[in-house]
Design a protein around this ligand. Structure first.
Ligand code: NAD
Length: 472
């Protein structure tokens, strides 16, 4: 399978997707490894995972080089590696304690002489299917807690960004005890993997999420689905319009808007709309591409050419239906890569595609409102419910509005904070996801089943205690 380079447009890399046979063999090997792995204590496992962090550090140059080719961006590729190292050290610090706390020791029940304790039993084999926007981070972010829980893990990253897999596997090979494998493949590989695993952690689009949810149900396994979003930002009249513009821009165009929690709709109070828009357009026009020098500028190319077509189609649809393009608006092909300057759209209406569908590009449609109730109603319109942001002059005012938004996380006086805060447990509302939170303690504990040990410390009751003659 030929893979496109997002900076040159050339199909200059090849993968050989795992077929069902190869997958079944690998899954069997991972199940065998899990037996020894789960016999280690949580802190022993975490210590071995620290060796994995060291191995990633040793292979950093090769992993970074591959990630840069996969994504067309340099600095964020290093950030991805740092984030993964941070996940491992955070896990080492927290997981043994969290597991011990959740494995409650002897507790008296409401029935005299009967006590109970809880054992946490890891799912043997976790399957992870991940997308292309942060290839390394999203391949490992569920894998790390799953490993700490005592599971084996098989990861199937996106076929759009697979170059990092081989150098990452080289780092994994340095830690022989680690029951982690990362395989090359496409949607068909992902589909073939689901019947072989015990728990699915999927990150991707709503469309694929629906398909894999059905496959997981058929395989009778639980699934955590982390899907798309159309995150709104509400800017109240008490906010500083220039600061709000800066936040809205960063939260919308970071990573060229290729982030699930990107701000994709901005609702601004009419009273401050003019200075806000002036500042936003000015700042948007100052954003530079990392082209031709990859180590310069602010944003990189659109990684997926198919997604680039969707982004352009949404902008064109908005324009044709009366939206005003105040900045950007046209994807540029530079050196074979697809780039889009931050695109600010005014006079948008809810029926436009850019207001209803996930864009996944640096596009900022701005709508004015007169009352916070109107803003809340518009922000709650739609099928998604991933996260949102509220900017106001006071936390109290912002939180009153935030509490009325149908989303799993609200950033207050900033945007897209869910991308940097790991401790904040959150659900995905609407079609943005299903299943246990990947954040906070739930991100770890979801990989366990619970076994109750229920002890009879007195005399067991005879059959006559349950007999039909009782009470006669
Ligand atoms: P996608 O749904 O097209 O693909 C995701 C993964 O699913 C890929 O690895 C793909 O090969 C695999 N896949 C495709 N069809 C499959 C099938 N039938 N069975 C099993 N696996 C299959 O998504 P994408 O375009 O790679 O990623 C972008 C999407 O991911 C966006 O919607 C974005 O919002 C979402 N995302 C969500 C989060 C989150 O935390 N909620 C984070 C990052 C990205």
């Amino acid at each position: 399978m030929k893979i496109r380079n997002p900076r040159s447009g050339a199909h200059d890399y090849e993968i050989a997707p795992f077929d069902a046979n190869a997958l079944a063999i690998r899954a069997g090997e991972m199940r065998d490894l899990q037996i020894g792995w789960s016999a280690y204590s949580p802190s022993q496992r975490c210590k071995i995972m620290l060796k994995f962090a060291d191995a990633i550090e040793r292979h950093r140059e090769a992993i970074a080089h591959a990630l840069i080719l996969d994504t067309g961006r340099a600095a964020i590729s290093h950030v991805e590696i740092d984030e993964v190292l941070g996940m491992i050290t955070r896990c080492e610090g927290a997981a043994p304690f969290q597991i011990a706390r959740a494995s409650a020791k002897d507790r008296q029940t409401s029935i005299a002489n009967i006590s109970t304790s809880t054992q946490l039993v890891p799912y043997p084999l976790i399957g992870i299917i991940s997308p292309w926007n942060f290839p390394l981070m999203l391949a490992l972010m569920d894998a790390i807690p799953a490993l700490a829980a005592g599971c084996s893990v098989i990861v199937k990253p996106s076929e759009i960004t697979p170059r990092f897999i081989r150098p990452l596997m080289a780092a994994i090979a340095d830690v022989e005890e680690l029951p982690l494998t990362v395989i090359e493949g496409d949607g068909a590989t992902g589909r073939a993997m689901i019947p072989l695993i015990d728990y699915l952690a999927f990150t991707g689009s709503v469309a694929t999420g629906r398909v894999v949810a059905v496959a997981a149900a058929t395989a009778f396994i639980p699934a955590s689905l982390e899907l798309g979003g159309k995150d709104p930002m509400i800017i109240l009249a008490s906010a500083d319009p220039v600061v709000a513009a800066e936040i809205a821009l960063r939260a919308s165009v970071f990573n060229s808007g290729q982030a699930s929690q990107s701000i994709e709709r901005v609702y601004v109070a009419r009273a401050i709309a003019e200075p806000f828009l002036v500042a936003l357009v000015q700042q948007a026009k100052a954003v530079r591409f990392n082209y031709p020098d990859i180590n310069s500028g602010d944003i990189g190319p659109l990684i997926s050419v198919a997604q680039a077509d969707i982004v352009q189609a949404q902008i064109d649809d908005a324009r044709e239906n009366g939206a005003h393009v105040l900045a950007g608006g046209q994807i540029e092909t530079l050196g074979g890569g697809k780039y889009l300057r931050p695109t600010v759209l005014a006079s948008v209406t809810p029926d436009m595609r850019v207001m209803a569908e996930e864009t996944f590009g640096p596009v900022i449609p701005v709508t004015l409102f007169d009352s916070s109730d109107e803003a809340i109603r518009m922000a709650n319109d739609g099928i998604y419910g991933l996260s949102a942001a509220v900017i106001a002059g006071s936390f109290k005012e912002a939180e009153v509005v935030g509490a009325q938004l149908n989303v799993g996380a609200v950033s207050i006086n900033d945007g897209a904070l869910t991308s940097i805060v790991w401790e904040a447990e959150k659900s995905s509302f609407g079609l943005s996801g299903l299943g246990a939170s990947r954040m906070g303690e739930s991100g770890l504990l979801r990989f366990f089943r619970k076994r109750a040990m229920i002890r009879q410390t007195g005399a067991a009751l005879p059959l006559s205690a349950y007999g039909e003659g009782v009470g006669k």
